[in-house]
Design a protein around this ligand. Structure first.
Ligand code: 5GP
Length: 186
């Protein structure tokens, strides 16, 4: 675990860029093996999963296609509203396709549960879920996760695509954010 980073005040690295890359390569290789001889359709949940998707994609050897869906599940800051809204839907049909939903983090499970139900109604051949991070202690709705980058405790994290009020997505590491009220001063 890396220490505090200069220029990224008060943000402590939880997983370094190297650790993330190593785990992403392992997940991509698992997917390559499990879908051997087939093509896989990756559905990226914007915006947080965009970097995870890009890294998985460049390691996959399978035939792949990609689409994006954008949801709004946190109305403000770090507090879940419990409400999920689609702000950008898929461009292409998923009927008959082997789909992997690519998420940044599963917290209460409300967002993922909503998305899985939505996608299953569109008759994919199969649906699996890859999430970079999993916070199992916060779960309200049970969800089945097929590929998990890292399990983390109940802390708010940023970096590697994850934001706090649209900031910090560009950090190469996954970092712990201090308490929400503190973060305004970070
Ligand atoms: P859930 O519906 O599972 O409670 O929330 C999933 C969404 O909440 C994620 O896609 C993400 O946008 C947001 N979220 C939950 N925990 C965190 C966190 O620790 N950091 C960040 N940046 N977003 C989080």
């Amino acid at each position: 675990m890396a220490g505090e980073k200069s220029g990224e005040k008060k943000l402590k690295s939880l997983f370094t860029a190297e650790q993330i890359q190593q785990r992403v390569r392992q997940i991509a290789s698992e997917i390559d093996q499990q879908y051997a001889g087939r093509s896989v359709h990756l559905v990226c949940v914007l915006k947080g999963a965009c970097i995870f998707l890009a890294d998985i994609l460049r390691h996959l050897r399978l035939e792949t296609s990609v689409d994006f869906i954008c949801v709004w599940s946190y109305e403000q800051g770090a507090t879940s509203s419990g409400e999920v809204r689609i702000t950008k839907d898929l461009d292409h049909s998923i009927a008959g396709r082997d789909v992997i939903l690519v998420e940044d983090i599963v917290d209460t499970g409300l967002t993922l549960n909503y998305l899985c139900q939505l996608l299953l109604r569109r008759n994919p051949q199969s649906l699996r879920v890859a999430t970079l991070l999993d916070k199992p202690s916060r779960r309200i709705q049970p969800v089945k996760l097929d590929y998990v980058g890292f399990e983390i405790p109940d802390h708010f994290v940023v970096g590697y695509g994850l934001d706090y009020q649209q900031r910090y997505r560009n950090l190469p590491d996954i970092c712990l954010l201090p308490d929400a009220e503190e973060s305004e001063r970070v």
